[in-house]
Design a protein around this ligand. Structure first.
Ligand SMILES: Cc1cc2nc3c(=O)[nH]c(=O)nc-3n(C[C@H](O)[C@H](O)[C@H](O)COP(=O)(O)OP(=O)(O)OC[C@H]3O[C@@H](n4cnc5c(N)ncnc54)[C@H](O)[C@@H]3O)c2cc1C
Length: 578
């Protein structure tokens, strides 16, 4: 029986490989697959003919109302809303795959739908009372109301806890004051999930989530922001000026707004991941057909090694990102409770893979890639934000590694206290010690020798690499913690290195599981290319992990940091050749 409260990556950092969480690769049920296939076809027939319009709307920086209406009529704002409220009732996997298809056509459209479903009304789905759901979900499903997620403020970006918007209790209502900035769908939404600080008797100010609607007095929105990318999507400030919100509009426990915000972001991440994969698939199609047609020096450029390398890497990046995002969606759909690290990993990897793919696709198209006539430059601009919003990749890397280190640290602390307590509580003390000793023994005797039990024999080479690398990860976590102890919070580069190893390992196990499922479904022969992807990725992961492990003790981090401090003091680059 699989423990649904376990996290695969957290366990891995403790030296345990919980294979049952990630094998077999999550599969969609046949009914959902059939429904999804027809949704994908319809998305293509709706958006496929609009390529010229997307280019125009990007340049104009807006999306016409008539087009927005078409998206509503099509039901694209009701993807995740249960059927009883008029939505399509999609799970995370189907939702993510639909956003993927939308993003192959245009990222502004994908983010308009995504901000509504992934974050804008996700709090209502996750924490709403029956009454709140009855009141809002039917309108949100038809698009009569669009939703936005309002957390960011001028002084509260990554540091979400420093929100300054206030909510003061007045009778049965709360009175909200503050300004939210850069809110996706701000100009078109009627339903806002707003985070504000409340004061409770003698309590520290805490975040609370409120449902605010545009028809409430005191709610206004600013002008459309002039952005680098996603230009046709609406991004505005949202102003709250003495807005009276009834207590019945509080989402979740009234003092748990931070948890509500994080749960929304974690649960909605497969939307962003799906969008990233969609952009990559389109770029791979564009770049590979361009490379096949464009001739230089008498040959199509696809015949040249460096162009092949670019396209091959794009394919690997896309396959890995797609596998991770599908794995996370599967964890959510299968009822796992603790998938925050895996979701953060999939966001970081897929957003960076899209950045690499967009950049190299543009490079493959040469000067044409730089021209607005082609979509490459739009994709480069549009995908850039994915590394910034819904948690910057830097802050997510801290979250990924520090959560794992906390577990390892607790293991060490428990060990210490159990040793102390061995004489008082021998049985309890022995239990903790044997758990820790088991893990250390696993690390010490090389649990890299065997592959993975659940994996097809044809893939055991990658299975062995996974085990060896997993061992290196658990060792790295131990070493980093022993080296820096409590000061680990200030050791961001060491933390980042651990996060990078974790990201690679989740990628590797996701691909391994997916190729395993593919072999079982199609046979060994039909999976030749997928096995090649797995092989290349596994070998590279191991190489990167070894390098990351070596860098824990052997690095130039202090020198690099000192260059940064020195430069920041002068606030400029200090040298010149003149
Ligand atoms: C187009 C767009 C749409 C958006 N949509 C929404 C939305 O719908 N709702 C919403 O609430 N917000 C939205 N945002 C805001 C977005 O989520 C924030 O921009 C993001 O959280 C980062 O905050 P910041 O921009 O203030 O950057 P900062 O937090 O100031 O970060 C600046 C840099 O410092 C780094 N950094 C910060 N803290 C640390 C640390 N402790 N250690 C190491 N590095 C650190 C960051 O990674 C980043 O590189 C949107 C932003 C944009 C541009």
């Amino acid at each position: 029986m699989v423990d649904k409260s376990s996290s695969f990556m957290r366990s891995l950092c403790m030296g345990r490989i919980e294979e049952d969480i990630v094998f077999p690769f999550p599969a969609m049920d046949p009914d959902e697959r059939e429904m999804l296939t027809s949704v994908i076809d319809s998305v293509d027939s709706l958006l496929g003919p609009l390529e010229d319009d997307f280019r125009k709307w990007d340049q104009a920086g807006e999306m016409p109302d008539e087009f927005l209406q078409k998206l509503k009529d099509f039901g694209l704002f009701g993807l995740c809303i249960p059927e009883e409220f008029g939505g399509m009732g999609m799970g995370s996997a189907a939702y993510s795959r639909t956003l993927q298809q939308v993003a192959t056509h245009d990222a502004s459209v994908a983010v308009t739908i995504g901000a509504h479903s992934s974050i804008g009304m996700r709090g209502l789905l996750l924490f709403g009372t029956d009454e709140q759901k009855q009141r809002f979900l039917p309108k949100l499903a038809t698009g009569e109301m669009l939703a936005a997620f309002c957390l960011t403020e001028a002084g509260a970006g990554s540091d979400a806890a420093s929100v300054a918007t206030t909510a003061i209790r007045d009778g049965d209502d709360w009175v909200l004051n503050g300004t939210k900035i850069w809110i996706t769908n701000g100009g078109i939404a009627d339903f806002f999930t707003v985070f504000a600080k409340i004061e409770q008797d003698g309590d520290r100010a805490r975040l609370c989530a409120f449902i605010v609607t545009r028809d409430m007095d005191g709610v206004t929105t600013g002008p459309h922001e002039d952005k680098m990318g996603l230009r046709a999507s609406s991004t505005t400030s949202v102003y709250l000026d003495n807005v009276r919100v009834p207590s019945t509009n509080i989402l979740g426990p009234d003092n748990a707004g931070f948890k509500v915000a994080m749960a929304i972001l974690n649960n909605g991440r497969t939307g962003l991941g799906g969008g990233s994969v969609g952009m990559m698939k389109r770029l791979i199609g564009l770049a590979s057909s361009y490379a096949g047609e464009r001739k230089q020096f008498g040959h199509p450029i696809i015949e040249y090694g460096m162009i092949k390398e670019k396209i091959g890497k794009m394919v690997i990046d896309c396959y890995v990102a797609e596998s991770m995002v599908t794995m996370v969606a599967g964890l959510i759909d299968n009822g796992y409770e603790d998938y925050a690290i895996e979701a953060a990993i999939s966001k970081v990897f897929s957003s960076e893979a899209t950045g690499r793919t967009a950049d190299e696709a543009l490079q493959t198209a040469g000067g044409s890639g730089f021209m607005r006539e082609y979509p490459y430059e739009r994709f480069v601009r549009d995908c850039r934000i994915n590394r910034i919003f819904e948690g910057t990749n830097e802050v997510l890397r801290l979250f990924i590694a520090l959560t794992a280190l906390k577990d390892v640290g607790e293991g060490l602390r428990e060990l210490q206290s159990s040793v102390k307590g061995v004489f008082d509580h021998p049985i309890k003390g022995f239990g903790v010690m044997s758990e820790y000793a088991w893990r250390r023994a696993q690390l010490a005797v090389g649990f890299g020798k065997n592959g993975i039990a659940n994996v097809h024999p044809e893939l055991q080479e990658a299975g062995v690499i996974f085990r060896r690398t997993a061992r290196a990860l658990a060792q790295a976590a131990d070493r980093i913690l022993r080296k820096h102890g409590k000061n680990i919070i200030g050791e961001q580069v060491a933390t980042r290195r651990l996060a990078d190893i974790m990201i690679d390992l989740f990628g590797l196990v996701s691909v391994l599981s997916r190729v395993d499922a593919a072999i079982r479904a199609k046979g060994v022969q039909a999976t030749a290319h997928e096995r090649e992807i797995l092989h290349v990725f596994a070998v590279r992961v191991e190489r990167r992990t070894q390098d990351g492990l070596a860098r824990i003790d052997d690095n130039e981090d202090d020198l690099v940091a000192s260059l940064a401090v020195n430069t920041a003091t002068a606030a400029k680059y200090r040298w010149d050749t003149v």
